[in-house]
Write a protein that binds this ligand. Structure first.
Ligand SMILES: Cc1cc2nc3c(=O)[nH]c(=O)nc-3n(C[C@H](O)[C@H](O)[C@H](O)COP(=O)(O)O)c2cc1C
Length: 349
C-alpha cells in the first residue's frame, strides 16, 4: 500500500488538517492517526495491527494500491492549485431552470446583506490629475490587431497626455456611463466577473507631457490619476520585474492590480483566484489594442516580484495584489532587445 499523492497536511487553528485536494475533502486526523501515517511514511513500519486505523485510511483513500501520482505536466504546486480550483460548485446542476434561477437569486440576496466594500476615491489622495476628455477613436479592428506586437526595446519618447487619457479611458474607463440594467455596477470595454470591476490600474509615468513622473492610481469615476508615489525610476521598475530590462525607456507602464476585498464580497471559493487572472488578461489585451490606436507599442510580463510592486504602489498585498504589468511607448518593432540579440549572435558564431 502507498500513501496517496492526493493529500497534503496543513495546520489550521493549531489543528492538523489532511486535505484531499482532488476530492476537496478535509479530515481532522487524531494523534494516533497522524503517528501511524508518519511511521508508515518514514519507515513503512508495519501498521497492519492497527486495523481500525488502516481501514479508515483505506476507506478515505489515504492508503491506496497505487500512489495516485499523475504525470507532472504542471509544477506540483500548480497541479494541486488546479485541482483545488477545478469544477465550479455543482450544487445546482440537477435543478430545473426555474429552480436554478430561484437558487441564484437566494445567493444574490445573501451576498447583498453584506455591505459592498468602499472603493478608493479621489478624496483619499493629495495630488490628483484630472485627465482631458478622451478623443473619438475610429479604427479598423483587424488592421489594429495585426499591428499589435510585443516589443522588448523602447526608445526615449514622450507621449502626450491625450494619448494617455485615451488609453486609460477606452481600456479602464466607465465608457458606458450609468446603465440602469447594471446599476449600481458599471461596465468597461473588457468583461468583468460579476461586473465587480476588481481590476485597478496603477500607472507608472516616466515620460508623459503634462504629468509629473511617479506612480498613480487611476480613478475611472472621474477619469483622474491619483498620486501614490513621487519617486519611481526605471531601476525601481527592474526591481519589480525580476531584472527584466525590456521596459526601460517606456513612456509609461501599468501594473494591473486586483481588488480582492471586492472580489471576496461575492466570490469566496478557491476558484476566485483563477477568475482574477482571467480578468486581468482581458484588460491587458484591450489596453494593448487601444495602445496601437494611439501609435504606441507594448511589452507585457507575468514575471515579476509582487512584493516590490506592492512596496512602490503602496498596496497591502492582502486586499489588493498586483497581477500583471504592461509597458507602453515607442521603440524598435522587434521582438528582441539588442543585448539579447548580441548574446544570441555570439552564441551562434
Ligand atoms: C501571460 C503572459 C506572460 C508573459 N510574460 C512575459 C515575460 O515575462 N517576459 C517577456 O518578455 N514577455 C512576456 N510575454 C510576452 C510573450 O512572450 C509574447 O506575447 C509572445 O512572444 C508572442 O509575441 P506577440 O505578443 O508579439 O504576439 C507574456 C505574455 C503573456 C500572455
Amino acid at each position: 500500500m502507498n500513501i496517496s499523492h492526493n493529500f497534503f497536511l496543513y495546520f489550521k487553528d493549531n489543528q492538523p488538517i489532511l486535505f484531499n485536494y482532488k476530492e476537496k475533502k478535509e479530515y481532522s486526523p487524531r494523534k494516533e492517526y497522524l503517528r501511524a501515517l508518519v511511521d508508515y511514511s518514514n519507515t513503512e513500519e508495519d501498521i497492519t495491527e492497527k486495523e481500525n486505523i488502516v481501514n479508515d485510511f483505506i476507506n478515505t483513500d489515504i492508503l491506496t494500491q497505487n500512489n495516485n501520482q499523475d504525470q507532472p505536466y504542471l509544477n506540483y504546486y500548480a497541479h494541486m492549485f488546479h485541482h483545488i480550483t477545478k469544477d465550479t460548485s455543482n450544487a445546482m446542476a440537477d435543478s430545473t431552470e426555474e429552480e436554478w434561477a430561484g437558487q441564484y437569486l437566494e445567493v444574490c440576496k445573501r451576498v447583498k446583506k453584506v455591505e459592498f466594500p468602499r472603493r478608493g476615491q479621489i478624496e483619499d489622495f493629495e495630488v490628483v490629475v484630472t485627465l482631458p476628455q478622451a478623443d473619438e477613436v475610429n479604427i479598423d479592428l483587424i488592421d489594429t490587431l495585426k499591428k499589435r506586437k510585443t516589443i522588448r526595446e523602447f526608445e526615449e519618447t514622450s507621449v502626450n497626455i491625450q494619448q494617455l487619457s485615451n488609453l486609460l479611458f477606452y481600456s479602464f474607463g466607465y465608457v458606458h456611463g450609468v446603465e440602469k440594467e447594471y446599476g449600481p455596477f458599471r461596465r468597461r470595454t473588457s468583461p468583468s466577473g460579476g461586473s465587480l470591476q476588481i481590476i485597478e490600474p496603477y500607472v507608472a509615468i516616466f515620460n508623459v507631457e503634462g504629468v509629473e513622473n511617479g506612480i498613480y492610481w487611476y480613478e475611472p469615476e472621474t477619469h483622474s490619476l491619483c498620486k501614490v508615489n513621487d519617486h519611481f525610476s526605471y531601476q525601481d521598475l527592474r526591481e519589480c520585474l525580476a531584472g527584466q530590462f525590456f521596459a526601460n525607456d517606456c513612456s509609461f507602464g501599468i501594473f494591473l492590480a486586483a481588488n480582492l476585498e471586492i472580489l471576496a464580497w461575492k466570490y469566496k471559493t478557491p476558484r476566485n483566484y483563477k477568475v482574477v487572472y482571467l480578468e486581468a488578461g482581458h484588460f491587458s489585451q484591450t489596453s494593448q489594442i487601444i495602445a496601437v490606436t494611439q501609435s504606441l507599442q507594448t511589452w507585457i510580463t507575468g514575471a515579476f516580484k509582487e512584493s516590490a510592486i506592492e512596496k512602490f504602489c503602496k498596496m497591502d498585498g492582502i486586499t489588493k495584489i498586483p497581477v500583471f504589468f504592461t509597458a507602453y511607448g515607442k521603440g524598435k518593432f522587434s521582438h528582441m532587445h539588442t543585448i539579447m540579440k548580441k548574446k544570441l549572435d555570439e552564441y551562434r558564431d
